[in-house]
Design a protein around this ligand. Sequence first.
Ligand code: IVH
Length: 692
Amino acid sequence: MSRKADLAAARAEHERLGAALTEHDRAYYQEDAPKISDADYDALRRRYEALEAEFPELGGAGSLTKKVGAAPAEKFAKITHAIPMLSLGNIFADEDIFEFVARVKRFLGSSADIAFTAEPKIDGLSCSLRYERGHLVSAATRGDGSVGEDVTANVRTIAAIPQKLLDAPDVLEVRGEIFMSKADFAALNARQAEAGEKIFANPRNAAAGSLRQLDPSITARRPLRFFAYAWGEVSAMPADTQAGMIACFAGLGFPTNPLTSLCETPEAMLAHFRAIEAQRATLDYDIDGVVYKVNELALQGRLGFVARAPRWAVAHKFPAEQATTELLAIDIQVGRTGALTPVAKLKPVTVGGVVVSNATLHNEDEIARKDIRVGDTVVVQRAGDVIPQIVSVVSHQEGAPPYVFPQTCPACGSAALREIDPKTGEADAVRRCTGSLACPAQAIEKLRHFCSRNAFDIEGLGDKQIAFFFEKGLIRTAADIFTLEERDRASLTKIENFEGFGKVSTRKLFAAIAARKSIVLNRFIFGLGIRHVGETNAIRFARAFENFEAFREVARKAAPGTPERDHLNAIDGIGDVVAEAVADFFIEPHNEAALDALLAQVTPFPMEAVKSDSPVAGKTVVFTGSLQKMTRDEAKALAERLGAKVSGSISKKTDLLVAGADAGSKLAKARELGVETIDEDGWLRLAGVDEG
Ligand code: IVH
């Protein structure tokens, strides 16, 4: 073939790869949600660069080799880096170290050994921290290398990053990696799963997602860490070597990586690479290689940069920890809040020295997107992550049907549904069991909610006791609570003989339970634990219906598009998400049966009719400070009975602030906004409570 034809084919491939890489860059940098593994990305990138090496005409200004990362996302203000933040070239094989060192020496025309620092390459996201006269004035992500995102407010919430420096140069830009530890990542994901929120694929994504929050209070709740390893603008250099600069950062209070070593020869660099590789699995943070940097800053200056990376540094990447195995089954686990999570059961395989037999499948869409089917040969990856994941499907078994995600809960058989976000019309990633009253996987959680203070408020049935009775098989459903005494009477193993109970407390417990056999409707509804029905919505329903049966009659017929659904939607303050959740709950037959059993024991009574002639009817009331004559909950309930809306915070919309003793910032704010303020006695008079 002629060179012309070769060039045409290469150009087509180069363009195709460029488009794919651009899309992957976007997914990685802007959405913190990569679509392929780092190893696969690196392979695409290498091929792209190889094409340019062979056909230099492809490496024009539009080439990705001239860019770093991706343009900063629109949602953040931009910061132009005083000195660009660059990327690193990669090497993969041991021999590449020798070649890299030889290249550096050749460039410098030096035959003497050159010292390099060798340190872990942290798998997080880089950040540039600018200090002026010792004060942190701005923090920016790398962005496209020239312009980054302003994450100053978020970075101020990271404990490891000093806000003030003593004895620092007038201008000092410290650069390094923001990351999340593996343990913190696992805990965060567990919390996210519980709350039905986004699950992060790995600690890097979790760190990026946490830092790039518009609300810094979210970042503050995420455990982010930092290692300093580079710098940008510095008004007076405090050292003349890489190692000296890092030591200086440590002296200023920045965390620096303890596995940094000064190597005089390529052999020593390789030995340190091996040492770090051997520790990789036991480190509490993800690393994906080792970075070598020329130690003398004067030499760094002479070597300079090519395109997007310095000539004086390189990243030696670890081989990806991947392996191929068979997907034996897809298990569906039901979480405490009813979320259905798919888990891959694998034919055990060793990945990076660890035997893996389970892998996360994230969610239903992920399975469909990768077209994962039972029996597939799959690539699993343990890229330092706590939970192994399936990267891709190698092949399907002949005749294997596409995987169909269950539409019912494997624990109780109730319908499992995905909520639709009314704003976007998109289905939630998580499918949830609607049989909250009937599902054994959710039972303990629902029982705890049922007995909680603002629901049935059964004294003596706290979290510990519920778990205890559940394990003993004595309380499995809400209805069981109310038959406990009767069953105990007939039982040979009496509760009073269990450790920690005794005669008196058992009698008290039975009395507390009996007292709740009749309960106000809003508490009853709240206690059912229907998704999106908190105290306020429970009150709305309790007010809108004369009694529970009336509510139930409407709710069980409130499929989308019915007059009953319109009826629910017409209730003031009830939106479609809530109406949908209520309908799903009452339509589910498993819940019907559990409700019937509960109603055979408990009788809800209507809320007192709301007095619309009270002086606070229709007003928004806020309580603050400590009340002496009634609890805050009682005061709230009273206000609501009188037709007021109770709010937790002061705003221009607040009509009245009731300030108890030691009221603080809310009182100050109310005064500032000119909101009418009364004390507890004033409140009692207003509410018409007889103090006699
Ligand atoms: S030095 C001019 N050192 O790797 C050299 N980078 O692929 C600047 N990274 O953007 C980078 N650990 O996010 C350096 N010990 C380390 C690193 C490190 C992680 C990241 C950093 C950089 C990327 C380059």
